[in-house]
Design a binder for this molecule. Structure first.
Ligand code: HEM
Ligand SMILES: *[C@@H]1O[C@H](CO)[C@@H](O)[C@H](O)[C@H]1NC(C)=O
Length: 331
């Protein structure tokens, strides 16, 4: 708890935060993002980000995976404002500390990208745009679609871990809740099914799996696959600090492809929410279609990710271009 929140009760602080977001939206409206926003102020910005993302990928392939999850967590907890990158400080409750953010990694390499940009054009390129463009470039490196993205996002000067749960669904939430959350930011059922294809790369820690394995195995899980997962996660109550995990997709773990949907049809969805896509009658037809058509999956993924990346960008007052993505600028 920082000094500011000692004086203001938490709820009041939240209300002020939300009202300030709303008034920013009201004053500046949508549509301030544009293609190649840094064309004059930092002509090489997009190229620098692309090169850094490539270099990081060559050294640590999983950075590309992290950039995709960053975009989800930053833009779903609207607006896209790099609030996810802030670390605990006075008045800042880092969203990274929320239970929903568990397992997020590679934040330090955002600093690598930011440093390269600061060297070329100091205080010009926002951390929120780094989140968006690194995700875009990471997606291509993982074999996903190339997505034209606008830029011009600005960085938040506050963050509240407490609001994360209101936006990011839990792994065991109902499909209707999940669909409603995405619907609220303009992403339809088809787009939501496509977006969850992000879970064709990366990993899940045992803490997020064990309630499907113990005390009894979730009947929607393929029995052989459940045995495999129990070997990966032998403890019914895993230690939070243990690096025990399973990959979302054993066959093509580093490819953003439609294997995810094939796995769902084979009852090998890792999270409860993944498997629900195949059992819910609203989403099932899209799962089937994406499983049989990688091009269709990529199209829907690209469409929905673009909508996510443009979710209420913070563009006006009470925003800034951070110098260090972990901290708000000193006044
Ligand atoms: C209903 C919505 C979603 C839920 C409940 C959810 C939940 C989760 C959970 C529990 C993990 C595993 C964390 C861990 O144990 O380490 C995870 C990983 C991941 N999620 Fe999601 N997620 C959702 C939607 C999305 C979306 C829309 C994207 C991106 C477009 C995304 C991208 C990722 C990625 C890339 C990983 C792997 C991270 C890594 O390996 O470092 N997720 N998600
Ligand atoms: C999901 O799991 C958590 C424990 O991690 C539990 O507290 C919560 O009630 C569960 N939610 C639903 C909808 O079952």
């Amino acid at each position: 708890m920082g000094a500011t929140s000692i004086h203001l009760p938490r709820r009041l602080a939240l209300i002020i935060y939300v009202v300030s977001l709303l008034s920013t939206q009201f004053l500046t409206g949508h549509g301030e993002l544009q293609l190649n926003y840094y064309y004059e102020s930092c002509p090489n910005a997009e190229e620098i980000i692309k090169q850094e993302v490539q270099k990081l990928y060559d050294k640590h392939g999983n950075t590309a995976v992290s950039w995709i999850r960053n975009l989800f967590h930053d833009c779903m907890v609207n607006p896209c404002d790099a609030s996810i990158l802030l670390v605990n400080a006075i008045g800042i409750e880092s969203e990274q500390k929320s239970r929903r953010s568990f397992g997020m990694r590679n934040f330090k390499y955002i600093g690598t990208i930011k440093k390269a940009l600061e060297k070329e054009c100091p205080s010009t390129v926002s951390c929120a745009d780094i989140i968006a463009l690194s995700a875009r470039d990471g997606i291509v490196l993982l074999g996903g679609p190339r997505i034209e993205m606008k830029t011009g996002r600005r960085d938040a000067r506050a963050s509240y871990a407490g609001v994360v749960d209101d936006f990011i669904p839990d792994r065991n939430d109902s499909m209707s809740l999940v669909l409603a959350r995405f619907q609220s930011i303009g992403i339809d059922v088809e787009g939501t099914v496509g977006l969850l294809g992000a879970h064709s790369v990366g990993r899940v820690h045992c803490i997020n799996l064990v309630d499907r394995l113990y005390p009894t195995v979730d009947p929607t899980l393929d029995p052989d696959y459940a045995e495999y997962l129990k070997r990966r996660c032998p403890e019914p109550e895993p230690d939070l600090n243990a690096v025990e995990y399973a990959r979302f997709d054993q066959e093509t773990p580093m490819a953003l492809d439609n294997m995810y949907y094939k796995n769902l049809l084979a009852h090998k969805g890792l999270l409860q929410v993944d498997q629900e896509l195949a059992s819910d009658p609203t989403t099932y037809p899209f799962v089937e279609k994406m499983a049989s058509d990688n091009g269709y999956f990529q199209e829907q993924f690209a469409r929905a990710l673009l909508l996510l990346s443009e979710n209420n960008p913070l563009t006006g007052a009470d925003s800034e271009i951070r110098k260090d993505c972990r901290y708000v600028n000193a006044d």
